[in-house]
Design a protein around this ligand. Structure first.
Ligand SMILES: [Zn+2]
Length: 144
């Protein structure tokens, strides 16, 4: 699934560090594709992407694409945030259980309740992407 892109005419408040290892994640996210690593030995995915499997400690991992859909497990609204995020106040953050069995944290956009289906979206800032989650939107697909 290609994630929806939301253009934002500003820079990220606190840009994440990028390394040679995480560069594929950010490059894919820019194109609307949510990826992570999966262990070649025990076959378990992990997030964020890791060069070593946190379950069996092998360094044999591969990049995989995730659907970017899941269920909102928990959320909170931040009214008094760190200085870097003051322009965004108030904002919501949540924990999402992705369908692939990964639990991730993300900014929450719009009105979403715990237990609701959510999908990840790409926030396309001037200086790079971030991801967030919004209420899941059913897509009509042609069966041609
Ligand atoms: Zn493993």
């Amino acid at each position: 699934m290609t994630l929806d892109l939301i253009d934002l005419e500003q820079e990220r408040a606190y840009p994440p560090r990028q390394s040679d290892f995480t560069k594929p994640f950010w490059d894919n996210l820019t194109r609307g594709i949510f990826t992570t690593t999966r262990c070649d030995s025990c076959n378990r995915p992990s997030f964020p992407p890791k060069p070593i499997c946190p379950h069996c400690w092998t360094d044999q991992v591969s990049w995989i694409e995730l659907e970017g859909a899941g269920t909102l497990y928990s959320k909170t609204t931040v009214h008094a945030g760190p200085a870097a995020f003051v322009r965004d106040l108030p904002y919501s953050v949540g924990i999402i259980d992705l369908d692939e069995g990964l639990r991730i944290a993300a900014r929450i956009i719009g009105d979403v309740n715990i237990g609701d289906r959510v999908e990840l979206v790409v926030l396309s800032y001037i200086d790079g992407p971030l991801y967030a989650a919004k209420r899941y939107t059913v897509r009509l697909t042609s069966s041609a």
